[in-house]
Design a binder for this molecule. Structure first.
Ligand code: ZN
Length: 60
């Protein structure tokens, strides 16, 4: 099982060492899983500034 890393900038969860969206470094120290299907309708997604559907960390 691979370890998920969270982008320090946009909080996207990925297995890569750099975020595929914003190219920022990722960290394995994160908490709070958030799945965003429709960012327009997700209140917590809006708070975190998420505008692309995906899997995110709440805290990094
Ligand atoms: Zn990112």
């Amino acid at each position: 099982m691979s370890i998920l890393m969270a982008c320090k900038n946009c909080k996207l969860l990925t297995e890569l060492e750099h975020c595929p969206v914003c190219k920022s470094p990722t960290t394995k120290h994160w908490s709070g899983y958030l799945g965003v299907i429709d960012p327009e309708k997700s209140e917590i997604g809006k708070k975190l500034g998420i505008n692309i559907p995906g899997e995110y960390a709440v805290k990094t």
